[in-house]
Design a protein. Structure first.
Length: 182
């Protein structure tokens, strides 16, 4: 006997239940996906800072063992540095740094810091034109020499932008080449 019954499609209730299950799964996975995306952005930022660190070390080797003079907020440097200083891109471009390397991927959504400063990273004014062995810090109480450059920060994010472990954090490039996430 041949059946003449035709196949039926989904009922409205079955379709709504399937859509509700898909929506629930998407809602459960979205925080995990956002966390993975931010970890990827933070890793890219760390990579950018490592590349900047290599460029800074190469610049030091080429310029009588002095840190490069990088203007982040002109006119922040005395007139005697005219011609020796420039933006981070101008100073580090000969060492392989490009515009994309100077943009933190998390900051890239707004380009707020890049538009204002020409970079997403804040370069330390303390180590400008200093010799890495004995960096001088000029304070109200005199001149201090820092013997361990591992304590000094070359550059970091302008503000806490990276979501790690439920809190906002920063990435720092230390003068000895390490990148620290806090």
């Amino acid at each position: 006997m041949i059946s003449t019954k035709t196949a039926q499609g989904f009922s409205l209730i079955e379709l709504l239940v399937a859509l509700a299950i898909v929506a629930l799964l998407a809602a459960l996975l979205s925080p995990a996906i956002a966390s993975v995306i931010e970890r990827g952005r933070s890793a890219k930022c760390v990579n950018n800072l490592r590349q900047i660190g290599i460029a800074v070390q190469n610049s030091i080797a080429d310029n009588d063992y002095r840190y490069p003079v990088i203007e982040t907020e002109p006119p922040s440097l005395p007139p005697e540095y005219a011609g020796q200083s420039g933006t981070a891109l101008e100073v580090l471009e000969p060492y392989g740094i490009n515009r994309e390397t100077l943009i933190c991927p998390t900051d890239a959504s707004t380009l707020r810091n890049f538009a204002i400063h020409g970079t997403s990273y804040h370069f330390s004014p303390v180590i400008q034109d200093e010799i890495p062995v004995n960096v001088n810090i000029y304070g109200r109480r005199g001149i201090f020499q820092i013997k361990k450059i591992s304590r000094l920060t070359v550059c970091s994010d302008y503000g806490p932008v990276h979501q790690t472990s439920g809190r906002l954090g920063l990435n720092f490039l230390k003068a000895d080449g390490r990148v620290i996430q806090r």
